[in-house]
Ligand binder design. Structure first.
Ligand code: NAP
Length: 293
């Protein structure tokens, strides 16, 4: 276990996780492994998930009363789907005192932050988005190293109490994560570009192949690395993604229009047998190598 000196976190022992799925469960494993907390309380909508999280050792206790779970915690992590988040976060802040730090891990921020903008305990809340995930969900999907080396976006940090921000910075740097500070509007715009559009195109690719290739066995036999890696995200759950697309609808529609334009252009080049144009477009696309090796 790594030894970490946590400035100002001497008293932090208990973490309450609301929604013990992929992200909540992985965070519990990571914080425990780094010795950053010792007691994990889980609050879950699904009794089955709660008991599985207990069996898997993600949490030590299940609590059904939200206010009791918040009162017992030093840190409260809200890790539920984005539609539920809009209802759960204000309730958590209602129960929070100046002793607790509350974080969400949601994939969209503008609507959520607007919903709690005037809450009397807004200062105790730090909005974060770990840029890490997989296509799986639920407590079984939790993995210990999910966050190591990844980026944590901290949104509208100036709206949170400085000590709450410092606690969050210290904890997540210890995982270890890189911290990036954005305002909520910028976060949602860039998340649409780098995350949300990838999921939409992956869903579309899966639907395309499922419609065109009626023989499932053929897909199974022929699917190779390229297909598998581009369609991987299409395994992601609608319970998670429909609320994200709903809450970031304007940005996702904007980037989707550009994506459709690019697809139409590639189609035109191929239809007109403009192979020089096609080569040029692919060379332009290869510039992504400079950014992502
Ligand atoms: P997940 O694996 O589906 O886990 C969410 C858990 O929350 C589920 O067990 C769900 O139970 C439970 N839940 C739903 N409503 C609840 C409520 N009102 N109270 C308590 N528990 C509730 O989802 P996830 O992937 O961890 O995502 C959680 C959050 O992290 C989302 O806001 C998402 O936007 C964000 N996020 C996800 C990723 C990713 O790659 N997956 C990455 C970064 C951030 P049921 O299944 O029974 O509804």
């Amino acid at each position: 276990m790594t030894t970490v000196t946590i400035i100002g976190l001497q008293d932090m022992t208990t973490v309450t996780i609301i929604g013990i799925g992929l992200i909540g469960g992985s965070l519990a494993l990571s914080l425990r492994q780094q010795g950053l907390a010792t007691r994990f309380i889980g609050v879950e909508a699904s009794t089955e998930h709660a008991h599985r999280a207990l069996e898997l050792g993600l949490i030590d206790e299940i609590e059904t009363d939200l206010a009791t779970a918040v009162a017992a915690a030093d840190l409260v992590v809200v890790a539920v789907p984005m539609d539920a988040m809009l209802g759960v976060l204000p309730q958590v802040l209602d129960a929070a005192t100046s002793r607790q730090v509350v974080v969400d891990v949601g994939s969209t921020k503008e609507k959520l932050l607007a919903a709690v903008a005037d809450h009397p305990h807004r200062g105790r809340f730090v909005a974060i988005h770990p840029m890490a995930g997989t296509e799986y969900s639920g407590p079984e999907a939790a993995v210990q190293q999910l966050f190591a080396g990844k980026t944590l976006v901290v949104c509208d940090a100036q709206r949170s109490d400085p000590d709450a921000v410092q606690t969050v910075e210290t904890l997540f740097r210890a995982l270890p994560m890189r911290l990036l500070y954005l305002d909520a509007a910028d976060h949602d715009l860039h998340a649409a570009y780098v995350s949300h559009i990838s999921h939409i195109t992956s869903f579309a690719l899966a639907l395309t192949v499922l419609n065109k290739e009626k023989e499932e066995q053929r897909i199974f036999d022929l699917a190779s690395g390229g297909f598998e890696s581009t369609v991987r995200l299409a395994k992601s759950s609608p319970a998670m993604w429909v609320p994200i697309f709903r809450q970031n609808r304007t940005n996702v529609l904007d980037v989707l229009d550009e994506h459709l334009r690019q697809l139409q252009e590639l189609r035109r080049l191929l239809a007109e047998e403009d192979y020089e144009g096609l080569r040029h477009s692919i060379e332009q696309a290869n510039h992504i190598r400079k950014i992502i090796s």
